[in-house]
Design a protein around this ligand. Structure first.
Ligand code: NAD
Length: 294
């Protein structure tokens, strides 16, 4: 394993300049993480307010670190200076790796990937942060699918150590090695997985959520289930986790998992997650999900 890791390290291209497409929850988090680890990043969106929000979220996180004494005012200024917001692809010729983190819509993602490929050098690595869309399907939009892979961060980016680096059928070892190296530079623990519905983490999480939904249907109290899982040693129980993930995100991902693994992920009909989704109780982001948030 160590030998494989060393080989992978040697195959990585240098990363001096990164870019992220989308300045939303994930894009903003990726920009913050890259800048705070000293890798300059261009943050592109199609809306100026999104860029402002991405920047202000990064500033908030950096201020918190400063208050805790983890960085100086000069470090903070340097990190903020390392995030360059933009509405255009003007400076993308100098980019070594791009992380695409726009809305989870295959058509939009394919268009954006084809666009960015025209703006970067031919050897630049392009990685998608998609949670549910097939990497092979997205790769079809590109002239150089060998330079493309998945780079699946978890929310919130600055807190979650794991990153799934997803290998498509045409992904080169250089693309994998460079994406793994970038994840390491960001202080993350990358794992390389093959392209399949749910990659690896959601293949574990969704059967677990299914078990939780069955207990709820059987009449168990959600707070008690959460409490049991917390006492078991997990940082939070399934109901709270689903509220953090977002009920809409979970609902969509479950549909993808049922389609991808019909024999394993039986569609058991409407569950508590579906009921919340129908009621648009989307979790923390909407003020109510399994729990209410004031
Ligand atoms: P979001 O809605 O917060 O942000 C998406 C951003 O993309 C918006 O700012 C939007 O203006 C921008 N955008 C749309 N079209 C664009 C374009 N053509 N070019 C540049 N920017 C464009 O979404 P998010 O939650 O940050 O999710 C982004 C991606 O990350 C999705 O693929 C999602 O599946 C994935 N993801 C999300 C989470 C999560 O928990 N939120 C976790 C892991 C992965």
């Amino acid at each position: 394993l160590k030998r494989k890791a060393r080989e992978l390290e040697r195959a990585a291209l240098p990363i001096d300049q990164a870019a992220v497409l989308g300045a939303g929850i994930m894009g903003g988090g990726i920009a913050y993480q890259s800048a705070s680890k000293g890798i300059p990043i261009l943050m592109k969106d199609i809306r100026e307010p999104a860029l402002q929000l991405g920047l202000s979220e990064a500033a908030k996180l950096l201020e918190k670190r400063m208050e805790k004494g983890h960085m100086t005012t000069a470090d903070m200024a340097r990190a903020m200076g390392a995030i360059r917001p933009t509405l255009s692809y003007g400076d993308f010729a100098g980019v070594d790796i791009v992380v695409e983190a726009v809305v989870e819509n295959p058509k939009v993602k394919r268009e954006v990937l084809a666009e960015v490929e025209r703006a970067v050098r031919a050897d630049a690595i392009i990685a998608s942060n998609t949670s549910t869309i097939s990497i092979n399907q997205l790769a079809a939009a590109l002239q150089h699918p060998e330079n493309f892979c998945g780079m699946h961060f978890f929310n919130p980016v600055h807190m979650m150590p794991l990153v799934e680096v997803v290998r498509g059928e045409k992904t080169s070892e250089t693309a994998i090695a460079t994406t793994v190296a970038y994840a390491r530079k960001l202080g993350k623990s990358p794992i390389v997985v093959n392209d399949c519905p749910g990659f690896l983490v959601n293949r574990i999480l969704f059967p677990y959520f299914g078990g939780f939904a069955r207990l709820v249907a059987a009449g168990l109290d959600i707070q008690r289930i959460d409490m049991v899982m917390e006492r078991f040693g997990w940082p939070m129980g399934p109901a709270y986790l689903l509220d953090v993930v977002g009920i809409d995100t979970a609902h969509h991902a479950r549909t993808v998992m049922v389609e991808g693994f019909p024999e394993r992920m039986r569609d058991e009909g409407p569950t508590a997650i579906d009921a919340l989704y129908q009621a648009q109780r989307l979790g923390q982001k909407s003020g109510a999900g399994f729990y209410r948030y004031e």
